[in-house]
Design a protein around this ligand. Sequence first.
Ligand code: GDP
Ligand code: IMO
Ligand code: MG
Length: 418
Amino acid sequence: MKKLAIVGAQWGDEGKGKIVNHFSKAYDYIIRFSGGANAGHTIYFNGKKYVNHLLPSISPETNSIGVLSKGMALDLEQMIKELEVLEADFKGISKRFAIDKEIFLVLPYHKEEDAVLEDMRKYPIGTTKRGIGPSFADKVSRENIRLIDLFDEDRLYERLENIIYLKNNVYQGKLNLDTDTVYQTILAQFRRIQELGCQLTSSSELYEDLQSKKVLLEGAQGIMLDIDSGTYPFVTSSQTTAHGASTVDLTLTEDDNVMGVVKAYTTRVGEGEFPTELDGEEADRLRQLGNEYGATTGRDRRVGWLDLPQLRYAIRKSKLNGIVLTKGDVLDGYDTVKVCVGYEINGEVKAMPMIADEFRHAKPIYKTLKGWKNVFDIHFLKYITFIEQELGLEVDYISYGPKTEDIMDKKTFILHMD
Ligand code: GDP
Ligand code: IMO
Ligand code: MG
């Protein structure tokens, strides 16, 4: 059955949560395949705002299952918090979340470690301090714990003792970890997850079931934050392109649909390259209009114009075959808007960098377009057409407000134009 993957095509916060929530009603499984509680996906149900960091954006009005796949890093404490918020309004919803038992955990000390490392860095990354980097680093260096390890308590204790002994030696007093405390804490959290009724599964069990079901893959972060394709080292620690879907034993084929969520301008949280970044009053105006403050950390998001070379790069890296354009309404009332159409990189004009490192040296070349009074004004459609021509890719859907219902496919949208 044709799968749909929805990924952020910039540096995150493009509006993925809302878009996934819009499409999720037609799908049986909503699978989150990357990142952890560093994400902040805002969705609305019955006019009430919910920000999920870990939980897949399932709709309470359906019976779909939200899967936390082993491409993610699972923070049990955060998951309980989110489930309890949802349970208060939608009793029994926890049973609609399934966790891959082979998922790696974010342990309580990973968050401390994240903060200690950021403090010690001469040039910090600007992480969310949610413990994501340390959890994935421990996975790769074979010193992390998976959910499945919590089923065998004696073995868990031994593993933790070994890992904590090592960490205390490495950090020399900067982290003071105690095996018993970590052990008791995570077992209590695990019991609570079970009490709430979450399903525990595996990618193989899922694989069988997924063959006949409608599957939506929910990306987190954005392609430019991908560990392999993003602006390294200012990236997150997992695969944020649609290739991350392989963590649920699924292979995306040419028949599947990979949609990139693109904000009508660009934002970025944390450090790292951002060719079209604005500063001063221009930045303050856009930040306020777009309410661009981090959903996870509350930090000011950096803001700038739409960047077509960056999007061309993202389209190639994640094999996008369609675009959902969000937040064009934020630019309502601008007399003119700028779009970056190319870069000058070391004296050479380029439509798109070939490798991520080139973003460090990219000087944007802008084209100025006429602004729009509101999104149903013809000049917004001209903006969309311009983007499509430059990218060689269709904008299939247009989101024009934070509410779930503020979205139309392009044909319907055109019928509503002034
Ligand atoms: P995500 O991380 O990609 O899911 O995005 P976030 O939820 O972190 O940030 C997107 C913000 O924009 C949220 O506050 C959404 O409610 C809001 N939003 C999403 N789509 C639109 C849109 O089309 N217009 C406006 N004005 N806000 C939107
Ligand atoms: P959603 O899913 C925006 C950024 C952080 C930092 C870098 C590394 O809401 O779009 P990490 O804590 O992952 O080690 O931080 O990545 N970052 C995000 N920026 N949206 C996100 O998620 C992000 N998740 C991580 O700000 O620059
Ligand atoms: Mg977000």
